[in-house]
Design a protein. Structure first.
Length: 139
């Protein structure tokens, strides 16, 4: 069985952002040489996410609005985590909602997606460098 590991790094200028990372994951899959297996993609930071969905701008705006309703950034004093001097409690909650990782099947050397599916990096406390792990295993 083959195993391939790659780190992707991101630093978004915005506090909240969604980045389509499908091309980078596909490149890692090509590098791996795996034709049949699994591809794990996970955010290696507790205020960021990786998820699968549609690459449609309106949907991404809906995600941002929905997340802000469920876990608003302000007022920052509403969250106990921020008592430590931080202001990113909402980012931790948003990450919990959107998820830490995805696993995508690899079939015939390609990510085996359903219609419209793409892989996204979700940033909820941007303006600093964070990493995503891509781990591919198979034959």
């Amino acid at each position: 069985m083959k195993s391939h590991r790659k780190e992707l790094w991101f630093e978004t200028p915005e506090r909240l952002a969604f980045v389509n990372i499908t091309p980078q994951v596909e490149a890692a899959l090509r590098e791996s040489g795996v034709r049949e297996g699994l591809c794990l993609v996970n955010a290696m930071h507790i205020s960021a996410s990786v998820f699968v969905n549609d690459d449609e701008r309106g949907l991404h705006q809906d995600f941002a609005a929905w997340l802000e309703q469920l876990a608003p950034h302000a007022p920052v004093r509403q969250w106990r985590h921020n008592d430590s001097g931080e202001d990113n409690a909402d980012a931790h909650l948003k990450r919990q909602l959107m998820g830490r990782e995805v696993v995508v099947a690899v079939t015939a050397g390609k990510l085996d997606f359903g219609p419209w599916e793409q892989i996204f990096y979700g940033e909820f406390d941007g303006r600093r460098r964070k990493r995503v792990l891509v781990k591919i295993i198979g034959e």
